[in-house]
Write a protein that binds this ligand. Structure first.
Ligand SMILES: Nc1ncnc2c1ncn2[C@@H]1O[C@H](COP(=O)(O)OP(=O)(O)OP(=O)(O)O)[C@@H](O)[C@H]1O
Length: 328
């Protein structure tokens, strides 16, 4: 789902938040375009909730500007929030009412929401068959979809979803993913925060990774992975000579802690003498030539692309790479 529409719906410009003496958010900048699904990732305490609360004007930034469709959300919330639908901090539902009655209740709080509009959002979230049943009989996935229906009532251009797949079973997660993609393909910008990194990798066009209130990386998921880390698994003999040659190459970093950068399934299939390095893929042919001319027989060279989860762990927990280039 590549965004073809360049219209910036949300722009977050250098926001900061100071609580007490601490800068909880320290210069966070990113934007989201129409039709794009944007993932917001960070470990516990990174500042995700604080940022989301500023996006929907529950709290104000100490510094910086948040604009939705050009309107300042925190200085002109009436206009800025007009284009925002959100599910933040578990939407309140009246479980003794039907789904439809709940939506009617929320519609009364916003001017101009007609019964036809309610029926339209019910159709969008695929709850038509059960919408006149009591919410107490709904599955968690149905309640989440009802929450999204509520968020969609005012025809938002930006949808903010805080952990939308939380608590859902695999089928529910798959349905929610398809559903979010459908909303984005209709031109909506979708902001998703989640702890489920594999889910974000499957769902999002771009992500921001935050930690300690700062953005560590922002960009296309696949580009971030490709730029940050190519792991190359070398199998050669004699091993010690090959290692010495690779370790002296300035473009190569030997990885000591293989478990932290490779999947168990990759490790299980690896020759136990294999050497894992981080290096640009383009430097591989020259390295093969150097090894071969020194009398090292290269049996195999395999590139392994890390998952978003591995990239995330490396960024937020520190490098597992031996920076000294030394051999094992
Ligand atoms: N009102 C507050 N007073 C003091 N500290 C706060 C307040 N709100 C948040 N913090 C601190 O700011 C930091 C960021 O919190 P925040 O809840 O935004 O993180 P988070 O990324 O949402 O974490 P989690 O994934 O655990 O929900 C944390 O260290 C938290 O303790």
């Amino acid at each position: 789902m590549i965004s073809t529409n360049e219209e910036i719906v949300l722009s977050v410009e250098h926001i900061k938040k100071k609580i007490g003496k601490r800068w909880i958010i320290d210069d966070v900048t990113f934007d989201i375009r129409a039709g794009e699904i944007f993932g917001f990732l960070g470990p516990n305490g990174a500042g995700k909730t604080t940022t989301i609360r500023m996006l929907v004007d529950l709290i104000k930034p100490t510094d910086g500007v948040i604009k939705v469709c050009g309107y300042d959300v925190n200085r002109d919330p009436e206009r800025g929030l007009k284009y925002v639908g959100s599910i933040v901090e578990n939407p309140e539902m009246y479980t003794y009412l039907t789904g439809f009655e709940n939506l009617e209740h929320f519609a009364r709080m916003q001017p101009g929401i007609t019964k036809a509009r309610i029926e339209e959002v019910v159709e969008t979230v695929r709850l038509t068959e059960r919408i006149h049943d009591k919410v107490s009989t709904y599955s968690l996935g149905m309640r989440q979809r009802l929450g999204i229906a509520q968020a969609l009532l005012g025809r938002p251009k930006l949808l903010i979803l805080d952990e939308p797949t939380n608590g859902l079973d695999p089928k529910g997660i798959k349905e929610m993913r398809a559903f979010i993609k459908q909303l984005a393909s209709s031109g909506m910008a979708v902001f998703v925060s989640s702890h489920l990194l594999s889910e974000i990798q499957l769902l999002c066009d771009r992500v921001a990774i935050i930690s300690g209130g700062k953005v560590l990386a922002v960009g296309n998921v696949n580009d971030l992975i490709a730029e940050s880390s190519n792991y190359i698994i070398w199998d050669f003999t004699p091993r010690q000579l090959g290692l010495q040659i690779l370790a002296s190459n300035t473009e190569v970093m030997i990885v000591r802690n293989v478990e932290s950068v490779l999947d168990d399934s990759v490790i299980a299939n690896m020759n136990k003498d294999a050497v894992v390095v981080q290096m640009p893929e383009t430097a591989v042919p020259a390295a093969v030539a150097e090894l071969t001319s020194a009398g090292v027989s290269v049996k195999s060279v395999q590139k392994v692309t890390p998952t978003l989860e591995q990239l995330f762990l490396r960024m937020t927990e520190g490098e597992a790479i031996d920076e000294s280039h030394s051999a094992y």
